[in-house]
Design a protein around this ligand. Structure first.
Ligand code: FHN
Length: 431
């Protein structure tokens, strides 16, 4: 009898609580430091062009920028062939580059689902592809030990809100529409978005990360409902900060926004390789492979995760420059990955003209982006003497002397285009 009274009390107390118990697993994410984003959707068919005209701006926004009515936009589905879609190749590309997680657009702002949804018929069933591309990608990730992140645009859905797209200008591309013409948020959330989150979290096995985007005009309660759905269905799955109101498990920088100082909270930065997330056939403005690698290193030295984007074509092929960039990073990671995985930010107060520093316990990693003056490096404020100094990729020892300042003399032969890493093992954990 007492037990049933206790249980009843417990039930009554938990009613009305707004948040589910949280036990998300952030460890893999902290260890990973590096991920790969995939933006793929009907915009990949348009590829930056509408009715023979080049449309300015990021490719996945073409429906909005070119003011394309849904009835016309939907027709793109027949060109979304996915004929050369090889999810395992994508996963291998990420894995060989050293990325530990993939974030895949299951539904971007256009509203098109890259999986078989029972909630909406604006999904892959409208394409010539026979299968569920999400299922295949998730299986490939699992096979190769890559964590699965699902992108879901939880407020913007142009397929549900044509008036907002056609008649109103947005106040910047993640701001609010200049006047409110959006349909009722609760209806959209309860009848479409949350049921789709449920599909994503119940049909594909373990999901590691739910990546929400552009909360716009959501109330705190509405954003909380998106977190709670994850907590309830997959308690170990983590949620990114763009769910709104700082309710996620980690924070987010703006798109392509490099951190300018080291941070103490969990933070992620997402970046494009050219000027678009979704494929645009005339965007050839690719960043240099070394610059992308440097961004990864710079983020790690600030204690921030770096996620780089690929935008596959409608047939599923990833543009060659993206493949080249991923392979360049992979080559470097083969011998230098320990200077990235599981590291924390630069422990020094200084920034260095020659590059960036990461740290793991009593080890420091000095990433040499350019040759230092006099071919030597001086470190002030070391709390612990250096025991060993060596080049990470070759094991070649580096001579040093430590008094108040530690001075290291670098080998002459270093190729700074390949960003050599100097590994310093110290007696005690540094700082
Ligand atoms: O509007 C989107 C954009 O298309 C892209 O998906 C990026 C990726 O972070 N997120 C939004 C803007 O922040």
């Amino acid at each position: 009898k007492w037990l049933s009274i206790l249980l009843l009390c417990n039930m009554l107390c938990s009613c009305g609580k707004t948040q589910q118990p949280a036990n998300p697993d952030m460890e893999w994410w902290r260890e990973a430091r590096f991920g790969m984003f995939v933006h793929w959707g009907l915009y990949s068919v348009a590829a930056g062009e509408w009715k023979g005209k080049q449309i300015d701006g990021i490719g996945e926004w073409i429906q909005n920028f070119a003011k394309i009515p849904n009835s016309e936009y939907e027709k793109l589905a027949s060109g979304f062939t996915m004929a050369n879609y090889r999810p395992e190749e994508w996963v291998k590309l990420a894995k060989n580059a050293g990325a530990r997680y993939i974030i895949f657009t299951t539904k971007h702002h256009e509203g098109f689902c890259l999986y078989l949804s029972s909630v909406s018929d604006f999904d892959v069933e409208r394409t010539p592809y026979k299968g569920d591309p999400l299922k295949e990608l998730v299986e490939a990730c699992r096979k190769h030990g890559i964590k699965v992140g699902l992108y879901y645009s939880h407020r913007q859905d142009w397929h549900e809100e044509e008036a907002a797209v056609m008649e109103k200008e947005y106040d910047g591309h993640y701001g609010k529409p200049k006047s409110e013409v959006r349909p009722d948020a609760d209806k959209y959330i309860n009848e479409k978005a949350l049921p789709q989150i449920k599909e994503l979290l119940t049909r594909y096995g373990k999901i590691d990360l739910l990546w929400y985007d552009t909360p716009m005009d959501l109330t705190e309660e509405q954003s909380r409902a998106f977190v709670n759905a994850v907590r309830e269905l997959q308690p170990e799955c983590i949620v990114n900060g763009r769910v709104g109101y700082d309710l996620g498990d980690y924070g987010m920088l703006g798109d392509n926004e490099m951190p300018c100082a080291k941070v103490s909270q969990d933070l992620e930065m997402v970046a494009t390789m050219n000027r678009t997330w979704g494929y645009k056939k005339n965007d050839h403005d690719w960043k240099k492979p070394k610059d992308i690698l440097c961004s990864l290193i710079e983020c790690a030295s600030r204690g921030v995760n770096y996620v780089v984007n690929v935008g596959p074509k409608a047939d599923g092929t990833i543009p060659q420059p993206s493949v080249d960039i991923m392979n360049f990073i992979g080559e470097w990671m083969k011998t230098n990955a320990e200077s990235i995985y599981g590291t924390t930010a630069n422990p020094f107060n200084d920034n260095f003209p020659w590059g960036f520093v990461t740290r793991k316990n009593n080890t420091l990693y000095l990433h040499l982006l350019r040759q230092p003056a006099g071919n030597s490096i001086e470190l002030k404020g070391m709390l612990s003497p250096i025991e060993k100094a060596e080049m990470l990729s070759s094991g070649e020892e580096v001579s040093f002397s430590c008094e108040n300042i530690c001075k290291l003399t670098l080998p002459d032969s270093l190729d700074y285009e390949r960003v050599p890493v100097l590994k310093l093992t110290c007696k005690e954990p540094v700082h």
